[in-house]
Design a protein around this ligand. Structure first.
Ligand SMILES: Cc1cc2nc3c(=O)[nH]c(=O)nc-3n(C[C@H](O)[C@H](O)[C@H](O)COP(=O)(O)O)c2cc1C
Length: 222
């Protein structure tokens, strides 16, 4: 097999993944509710200055079960175990969610060697919540969302420039304007897993499962 310039295969195998001084994970002392643990880990990542600690991967599947994933920003987490994100309902993910609301989320905080996985069902909590999310965005981000064509093929970048100019003018004329397709989604979790890396590869995994409103915990083999 031909080697890539600089021998990428060897380079990849020589890379370090986990820094020294990783935090421990006392699973016996873990809270009953995974949201509490998630918020502790998120605060740790924010406090440690992780860039984009609220960035998460959202995996969706279409009606035929074909999957796709992308990075989004987590907009909130509530104590009922709902993780929030916002996007355009007309986008690829929006169309997939309309056909199949089952999703998976994952967070990765490299400096802490921590991963969190969440599985659940996504549903929009309502148009008022979507409007509030939209209006809290920066003017540039509102203009982008107002173009309303996320994930469509773009034939000419000049069309985007023109659409952004029109959207900026609309926002200037009507600051309360809300993009009709902008949607806040809430992922109601039925599973959450917390993974703590260990430099000696004795990684720790704690899995939460919600059944009839009650969370149960168990360890998983790494
Ligand atoms: C760090 C980061 C944050 C992002 N946040 C969002 C977001 O909150 N909402 C969104 O619609 N797209 C966001 N994107 C863009 C998405 O990854 C994706 O390109 C877009 O939503 C279209 O996805 P789709 O074609 O699967 O619908 C973000 C990308 C990155 C890298």
């Amino acid at each position: 097999m031909a080697q890539a310039p600089g021998n990428m295969r060897d380079m990849l195998r020589a890379l370090e993944v986990f820094p020294a001084g990783l935090p421990g994970f006392d699973t016996q002392a873990a809270p009953d509710n995974p949201v509490t643990l998630f918020l502790t880990w998120l605060r740790d990542a924010i406090g440690a200055g992780v860039l984009g600690p609220h960035a998460m991967t959202l995996a969706t599947a279409d009606a035929a079960g074909l999957v796709s994933s992308r990075v989004l920003l987590c907009k909130d987490v509530d104590e009922d175990g709902r993780w929030y994100f916002a996007s355009s309902a007309g986008s690829r993910k929006g169309r997939e969610l309309a056909a199949n609301p089952h999703v998976a989320l994952s967070f990765y905080w490299p400096a802490q060697g921590r991963q969190v996985r969440v599985r659940g069902v996504a549903a929009p909590p309502g148009s008022q919540a979507s409007a509030a999310d939209f209006l809290a965005r920066s003017p540039a981000s509102r203009a982008e969302a107002l173009t309303g064509r996320q994930s469509e093929p773009m034939h000419d970048p000049a069309e985007l420039d023109e659409a952004l100019r029109r959207a900026q003018a609309q926002i200037a004329a009507d600051p309360g304007l809300v993009a009709p397709s902008w949607t806040l989604y809430a992922v109601s979790a039925d599973e959450a897993e917390f993974w703590q890396a260990d430099q000696q590869r004795r990684h720790i995994r704690l899995h939460y499962q919600r059944t009839a409103g009650t969370w149960a915990r168990r360890l998983l083999w790494p």
